[in-house]
Design a protein around this ligand. Structure first.
Ligand code: BES
Ligand code: ZN
Ligand code: ZN
Length: 499
């Protein structure tokens, strides 16, 4: 893919199609819209007059015209962006993604985008370039025919008055983030016979080498020796050995607070059958995405390595398969996690929290002072929030608030649910310290969080339940259906905030 930034007029772009953001109620009588209207010989004004196009969010109209003078383009795509006052840099990304998917279908190979808005040029360019890349990801990797192979391969970003250096920075950042999101989405889309815990570790290791991250893969023997009985109880029913993927980013020169270390910890269940508490057959196939939290950590670490913030980041993925087998854990088994706590397993399908228990304890042992874990942890979060918000909970309101704020900037929704001793009581076990489920049908998402909380000692901690947001059941104008790469942009902001 080819990227270019222009701080002047779209006429210099030399592309097949132009795409412009239009706000609700705008008239083509001023500024860039006036120039574009002239280019189309007044077609644009006609479309406005006939109220065929009102600038509603997501609305698109394509105008065809004869190329004129220096302008090679023969198409102009109007992309509605709703009220100008609600337009953010993340909206510029959605606008570009919508335009890219629209023009790709119509065989366009090169386009110029005018994202508009008055946000800074680096951020706008970054969002536009990222969305150009992520909007063209499809889940049809394994099709041998009828694959969507059309692509817009060249993008020119036109921002009037932008500094060339800012455009360049924005492009590099957008590429790093977009490619990393697609890296995560590819992992989540892989079938579980291909993406086993071993394969997930191999891909993380290969990526780490390419971008200059340190990578260590812990084996089952090492994890057993460290006392990770909770994690191992999930893996024991699988033929596939579990792996703990440990990625380390260390900046050349650190500017963060001394002794501070942020850890990103992900649930990497490469397939969740439920174990002996077997899931119903219908819909079980969806559980290949149960490694999405781990995939998010790997993608976020990739982006961090490329963006080079001046603070260290630790990435940890517990990659495990949850299968029923003669050796599998039974409901009523008791196991011990590495922090010494005893756990009564009452449902082997509540396995995500079992692997995260040891993963967060390990993160803290490695020196983490702030931990953000992410997981497709509960069906209950889908009932509560649907696909529009990620559930967030934590032991430190400052950290939770910061993540919600980063999400707002990134265009990703987070909604907080409460924690507290009254909820923690609900997972007290009669025969061990805690049990891995709470009372049936009550606060399922919170039960997952208070369980993980038991394994965090002094660190500030937040838990993201991405079960509802990591997979899009249907496509959006700017994004194909399938894995979403959710939370990566928010996490990057969180990391860069602490520089
Ligand atoms: N991976 C699932 C969570 C899930 C369920 C995600 C449905 C998306 C759709 C998790 O391991 C799980 O099975 N959780 C159980 C917990 C229960 C047994 C307490 C659930 O949510 O039903
Ligand atoms: Zn499960
Ligand atoms: Zn699961």
């Amino acid at each position: 893919m080819k990227f270019q930034g222009i701080s002047g007029n779209f006429a210099e772009a030399g592309v097949e199609a132009l795409a412009v953001a239009v706000f609700k109620g705008e008239k083509p009588s001023a500024g860039v819209l006036k120039d574009l209207d002239k280019l189309t010989g007044g077609l644009m004004a006609e479309v406005f007059k006939a109220e065929e196009f009102k600038g509603d969010s997501g609305q698109t109209v394509l105008l065809r015209f004869a190329p004129k003078g220096a302008v090679k383009a023969s198409r102009l795509l109007l992309v509605g962006c709703g009220d100008a006052k609600d337009y953010k840099t993340s909206s510029a990304g959605n606008m570009c993604g919508t335009a890219t998917r629209y023009l790709r279908k119509r065989n366009v190979k090169s386009m110029a985008v005018m994202p508009r808005g008055d946000a800074d040029a680096v951020a706008t360019t970054q969002n536009v370039v990222q969305a150009f890349i992520t909007s063209q990801f499809e889940i049809d990797k394994y099709k041998t025919k009828d694959k969507i192979d059309k692509a817009v391969t060249s993008l020119t970003v036109c921002i009037d008055g932008a500094k060339p250096g800012d455009l360049k920075t924005g492009i590099a950042r957008g590429e790093a983030i977009g490619d990393s999101m697609n890296f995560t989405r590819d992992l989540a889309n892989e079938p579980p016979n291909i993406l086993t815990p071993t394969e997930m570790a191999n891909r993380a290791a290969k990526m780490a080498k390419e971008v200059g991250l340190k990578c260590e893969i812990l084996t089952e023997a090492q994890m057993t020796k460290m006392g990770m009985g909770s994690l191992m109880s999930v893996s024991i029913g699988s033929e596939q050995p579990a792996k703990m993927i440990v990625l380390r980013y260390t900046p050349a020169k650190s500017t963060g607070k001394k002794g501070e270390l942020l850890a990103l910890v992900g649930k990497g269940i490469t397939f969740d059958t439920g174990g002996i508490s077997l899931k119903p057959g219908e819909g079980m196939d969806a559980m290949k995405y149960d490694m999405s939290g781990g995939g998010t950590v790997i993608g976020a670490m990739r982006a961090i390595a490329l963006l080079k913030p001046s603070v260290p980041v630790l990435g940890i993925v517990a990659a495990v398969e949850n299968m029923p087998d003669g050796k599998a854990s039974r409901p009523s088994d008791v196991v011990h996690a590495m922090n010494g706590k005893s756990i009564e397993i009452l449902n082997t399908d509540a396995e995500g929290r079992l692997i995260l228990a040891d993963a967060v304890a390990y993160a803290e042992k490695q020196g983490a002072t702030r931990i953000v874990d992410m997981a497709t942890l509960t069906g209950a979060v889908i009932v509560a929030l649907g696909g529009h918000n990620t559930g967030i909970m934590g032991n430190d309101q400052g950290l939770v608030k910061e993540i919600i704020a980063c999400g707002k900037e990134a265009g990703e929704g987070f909604w907080q649910l409460p924690l507290g001793p009254e909820y923690s009581k609900d997972i007290r076990s009669d025969i061990a310290d805690i049990k891995n489920i709470g009372p049936r049908g009550k606060a399922g998402t919170i039960m997952g969080a208070v369980f993980i909380q038991e394994f965090v000692d002094k660190a500030k901690w937040a838990h993201l339940d991405i079960a509802g947001t990591a997979w899009l059941d249907s496509g959006k104008p700017h994004m194909a259906k399938g894995p979403s790469g959710v939370a990566i942009r928010t996490l990057i902001k969180l990391v860069e905030n602490s520089q």
